[in-house]
Design a protein around this ligand. Structure first.
Ligand code: SAM
Length: 289
């Protein structure tokens, strides 16, 4: 994942889910994460919707979203089709999908999503190192474009540059920690070719965000953390995971009492925007309006 030893140690505190990230369809992902009540994409949705609505109003045009660590197109399903996490859990847990081949799931999902109402005024590009998950998201119609790439270890391909110039909003849920400042360093030259997009990351409290914030600052961004709010990511997978996470939080000087000590992993929301836009309206004002 990352060559950063401190981050590697924090990642080790968390249960390893790598085996469900790169399957040819999302059934295992949703089956396993349902057990842990994985919630962050649904919890993030109203905030992303508000940002999309602001951007649409400001730009009077289609809003182009880039979702980092997009997996099977989870945020795309929630934002483009207005689905909820519980609807996605039910959908991919349906009996008719059990036991059929992945190609049939893809074909059935293409029909399912194309029969749903779609917000035509957003496009979704997704980036993830998991090539099979990206293929699913593209073939089922959830993503307009998928980038199967690991920017921790690879450079951004030249052919991705042009479309990334159009991005208005970058989103991520459950992804920072796997992704570090290195990925942002490699994305920012492409993202800031035209109008610099807003960048909204939901980040587990145990992961530091300062290195990413510093990188973004070099490109003219100011980062604000939404004050006084935490967002449920999921239940702990075991007592051992909880113990290790509490230890990591304490090492970072974060008090887990009444928070992670209650049994859930919690995230915070960071929004990074060009300095001039932050000067006009704070994150709190932007999200309250
Ligand atoms: C916890 S999942 C979150 C997926 C999705 N955003 C959601 O909330 O349901 C983490 C995702 O990060 C992806 N990931 C891990 N390391 C990555 C990297 N270096 N570059 C891009 N994606 C990565 C994984 O493949 C996985 O899809």
């Amino acid at each position: 994942m990352s060559g950063n030893t401190a981050l590697d140690e924090i990642n080790e505190a968390k249960a390893n889910m790598d085996h469900i990230y790169d399957q040819p369809d999302p059934r295992a992902y949703f089956r396993e994460l349902r057990k842990l009540e994985y919630a962050i994409p649904g919890v993030a949705k109203p905030i992303f919707q508000k940002l999309i609505s602001k951007l649409r109003h400001q730009r009077n045009d289609t809003v182009h979203v880039l979702d980092l660590g997009c997996s099977y197109g989870v945020n795309a399903a929630l934002l483009k089709h207005d689905l909820s996490m519980s609807e996605l859990y039910d959908h991919w847990g349906e009996e008719v999908l059990a036991g059929i081949a992945s190609e049939e799931v893809v074909a059935s999902d293409l029909r399912y999503f194309s029969n749903l109402d779609e917000h035509a005024d957003i496009t979704m590009t997704g980036l993830d190192q998991a090539g099979s998950a990206i293929s699913f998201a593209e073939e089922s119609g959830l993503l307009n474009e998928g980038l199967a790439i690991n920017l921790e270890t690879e450079l951004l391909p030249d052919e991705a540059m042009k479309n990334l110039a159009l991005v208005d909003l970058v989103t991520s849920t459950g992804c920072v920690g796997y992704l570090t400042e290195k990925s942002f360093e490699r994305l920012l030259p492409a993202l800031t070719q035209g109008r610099s997009p807003w960048i909204g990351n939901f980040v587990l409290r145990m992961f530091p965000f300062d290195a990413i914030e510093e990188t973004l600052k070099d490109w003219g961004y100011v980062t604000e953390k939404l004050g006084g709010q935490t967002f449920v990511q999921r239940d702990f997978a075991s007592d051992e995971e909880q113990e290790q996470v509490l230890e990591q939080l304490c090492k970072r000087g974060i008090d887990p009492a009444g928070k992670e000590s209650e049994g859930q992993l919690l995230a915070e929301f960071y929004l990074s925007r060009p300095a001039i836009e932050v000067a006009v309206s704070s994150i709190e004002r932007l999200l309250a309006a």
